[in-house]
Design a protein around this ligand. Sequence first.
Ligand SMILES: N[C@@H](CCC(=O)N[C@@H](CS)C(=O)NCC(=O)O)C(=O)O
Length: 217
Amino acid sequence: MRILYGYFRSSAAYRVRIALGLKELSYEHSGVNLKPGVSEHKSEDYLKLNPQGRVPYFVDGDVAISQSPAILEYLEEAYPDAPLLPSDMADRAYVRQLASLIGCDVHPLNNLSVLMRIKEQFGADEAATNAWYHHWIIEGFTALEAMLSNSKHTGRFCFGDTPSMADVYLVPQVWNARRFNTPLEAFPTILRIDEACQALPAFIDAAPENQPDTPPA
Ligand SMILES: N[C@@H](CCC(=O)N[C@@H](CS)C(=O)NCC(=O)O)C(=O)O
């Protein structure tokens, strides 16, 4: 039995949902409400599962792990069909480079707990918090756009014409950037790839607006 503990708006859980969809792996959804004031991720029960108090947390039979990069690598090894990494070692490193730019250098700075911390510790108001958010997205996407627009590997997707781990990281970050009204016109390659992904069922099914815990509009 597979269970994904996640939150509709969590980019890290969104990555895992996309990968599960691309690999056509069924799973049960367990909603963990991160909304300030509700904070189910800090509840005693959830902390027993994941002491870090973050989502996603993934269970696959006897395997139980947190951290989306670890979950994605696990899925890739355990379920190699519909591979998300290329067969060539150097190509795999390239795809991981794109994914890491987002997963290590953009997303952690714009996480809920970081945004709340700059409000609490430095008194950042909404405008300052948004400026912080936009800064890190624009810095990361500027580099990513340069990599993608100059690479021979770029096709319909980040690497060739089938979705890879890089697209799994990219699409949730673009969704999140739009949520915070980040200007994205300077990133045509990123937007083109995002659009190509949005046409695929795995990406549509994984979208925040299509989750069981999505609040009604
Ligand atoms: N590096 C972790 C990051 C997980 C993470 O920060 N998840 C966010 C949602 S995207 C979260 O649970 N935030 C709760 C908090 O910051 O308090 C991963 O990729 O799984």
